[in-house]
Design a protein around this ligand. Structure first.
Ligand code: FAD
Length: 397
């Protein structure tokens, strides 16, 4: 393989460049990134950057040592895979031939209808623009009490803004955790002085705030939309690549055409919907951990090794002074066990099927997360009585 192109200059694209060189790829390497700035990390945007504790979050990659041409501020606009292997990437900088391609174009925020200005939080520029609005007394209305909404509310409340979070579901984090667990975080909003309104249907974003279904208006100096993201895959239209919401990838992260895997095209990060052998289903994780680690497997695949990505999905969030960590997948679990008092300052919830751990949610209990990870990775059985006792480490039955 002589020429590899990486499309997307986020964490996944950067890690792909590092992994390719670490595995001995000696050919030409080019990264095409739509953003003009060097690749940076996104989690700090809703934390340290929004809080004003940091201005940048650039990744520490040594691009010269990686011998990677950075085509920044340029966008891939189309893909023409050649029959068999290789092909041409169409970009705003012209056509680029490739033998190997890494698709790492991430995701973009979903927007609400309406003519008014809505802020999102995806890029460095988004974070700095929003930060400028977080002044004492400013009325900040955040739509969506998901991970991003909660973190923005945390930063805005700390800055002395008057914050309202408008959530369509019956509780925060409904989609990720379900209503009853999500409801446990509602008191955090109140304690921070943030008004949480649930069951809110937004009709449109207007110049002066939100128009709700039913006619009510919510006045705002700034509206922040945090209702989720969708994979950035529109540029692949017409390429023949299999795309369903994200780029469909097999356990080795190979993309496919008509169901036939392409060993020369891999997809990683927020844009990839890969098949997880562990879960027997497709996973579209949109989590930092996958963007960090999956490129290792994608690079190995591209270079002809037999590699499989089957990490346990992991996510964390820092909100209202709490560290919230989630590992695994609980949707099919048989039962749920609480460790510690959910009304107390720190607690965990463990999902089990039989005596195996499917998932864990840890609130300010990082050790539970570490212990659960060990058990889950090895498929070790646990004693439910021990799992329910917060004073005993999570361990084998
Ligand atoms: P991205 O970071 O989105 O990078 C994709 C890049 O590709 C972008 O630079 C984009 O401009 C570029 N691109 C798109 N289309 C094209 C094109 N056609 N041509 C060229 N380039 C293109 N996860 C956690 O687990 N915990 C957290 O606390 C957490 N906090 C977060 C906070 C914020 C504000 C955000 C936005 C995300 C957070 N995440 C968190 C999620 C995590 O950051 C993402 O999962 C991760 O950044 C995904 O990396 P990526 O490289 O796949 O995609």
């Amino acid at each position: 393989m002589d020429r590899v192109i990486i499309v997307g200059g986020g964490l996944a694209g950067t890690r792909a460049a590092e992994a390719l060189r670490a595995r001995g790829f000696a050919g030409a390497l080019t990264l095409v990134g739509a953003e003009a700035r060097r690749p940076y990390d996104r989690p700090p945007l809703s934390k340290a950057v929004l809080a004003g504790d940091a201005d940048t979050s650039e990744l520490t990659a040594d691009w010269d040592a990686l011998r990677c041409d950075l085509l920044l501020g340029e966008r891939a606009t189309g893909l023409r895979p050649a029959p068999g292997r290789g092909g041409t990437l169409a970009t705003t900088a012209g056509d680029l031939p490739f033998d190997g391609l890494v698709i790492a174009t991430g995701a973009v925020p979903v927007l609400l209808p309406g003519p008014g200005r809505q802020h999102v939080l995806r890029t460095h520029e988004d974070a700095h623009e929003l930060r400028g609005h977080l002044r004492p007394g400013a009325r900040i209305v955040i739509v969506g009490a998901g991970w991003i909404g909660a973190e923005v509310a945390t930063a805005a409340a700390k800055k002395g803004c008057r914050v309202t979070v408008a959530e369509a579901g019956e509780a925060p984090l409904v989609q990720a955790l379900g209503a009853d667990l999500g409801a446990r975080t509602a008191p955090w909003y109140a304690a921070a002085g943030v008004e949480l309104r649930t069951g809110v249907r937004v009709a449109s974003v207007e110049d002066d705030g939100l128009l709700l279904a039913g006619g009510e208006r919510l006045a705002a100096d700034a509206v922040v939309t945090g209702i989720g993201v969708r994979p950035e895959v529109g540029w692949l239209d017409g390429s023949g690549l299999d795309v369903e919401l994200g780029v469909l990838a097999d356990p080795s992260l190979r993309a496919s055409i008509g169901g036939v895997p392409r060993p020369d095209i891999v997809a990683v990060g927020d844009c990839a919907a890969w098949w997880s052998n562990r879960h027997g289903r497709r996973v579209l994780a949109e989590h930092w951990d996958a963007a960090l680690n999956a490129p290792e497997v994608a690079a190995a695949t591209l270079l002809g090794a037999d590699a499989v990505y089957d990490a346990i999905p992991y996510f964390w969030s820092e909100q209202f002074g709490h560290m919230v960590q989630y590992l695994g997948r609980h949707e099919d679990a048989e039962r749920r066990i609480d460790r510690g008092d959910p009304a107390g300052p720190s607690w965990s919830t463990v999902w089990l099927t039989g005596d195996r751990v499917d998932a864990v949610l840890a609130v300010d209990r990082p050790r539970d997360l570490v212990q659960a990870r060990r058990l889950m990775a090895a498929g070790t059985p646990v004693d439910p009585v021990i799992a329910a006792d917060p004073d005993i480490p999570l361990r084998q039955a």
